[in-house]
Design a protein around this ligand. Structure first.
Ligand code: ZN
Length: 172
């Protein structure tokens, strides 16, 4: 059985070689008199926003950022849109939608595992362990998890009641 991570490493190497070629060929085009705008054209970079201020000059900037500053354009030409990807879980054979390693709760990261999927169960168990092990550290996570399914957790995190009248503030 091959290690899928070895495949990731090999693909990354191929990507790096291709990126070097891209940069080298773009600099060759610059040497021959082409602008970064021309290079953006050749790369088929397109306007990525509805902002009318974004013009051809800035497409050239996108090409520069990509090839020289190593900041690739957003896939699909859409910035700021939440992305997702789909893969087949080897534990339950279901197609799972992956929204990236941002959310804290496993169900907010991956949806579609078959019920009873051992991998999904393990992820939920690990999540609960994490909550109990680092009880003081997970506030940042829970702040974005407003629809918590555990009422006790929500109560523990309820903000202290503040006196909004202002009478408690020192006046002199
Ligand atoms: Zn699964």
């Amino acid at each position: 059985m091959t290690d899928p991570l070895a495949g990731v490493r090999a693909a990354r190497l191929a990507r790096d070689v291709a990126a070097g070629q891209l940069r080298e060929q773009a600099l060759h085009a610059r040497g021959a008199g082409h602008s970064w705008d021309d290079i953006a054209d050749a790369l088929e970079l397109t306007d990525t926003s509805d902002d009318s201020e974004r013009c051809g000059q800035q497409l050239g900037e996108l090409a520069w950022e990509w090839l020289i500053e190593h900041r690739p354009p957003a896939p699909g030409g859409r910035r700021g849109m939440p992305g997702s990807a789909v893969w087949v879980c080897t534990a339950c054979r279901a197609r799972v939608r992956d929204t990236g390693p941002y959310a804290c709760h496993p169900d907010d990261r991956e949806s579609g595992h078959a019920s009873g999927c051992p991998r999904h169960r393990a992820a939920l168990a690990a999540y609960r362990d994490e909550l109990t092990d680092h009880d003081d550290d997970h506030d940042a996570c829970d702040a974005s998890d407003e629809a918590g399914d555990d009422p006790a957790r929500g109560a523990a995190l309820a903000p202290p009641i503040e006196d909004t009248t202002g009478h408690q503030k020192g006046t002199g």
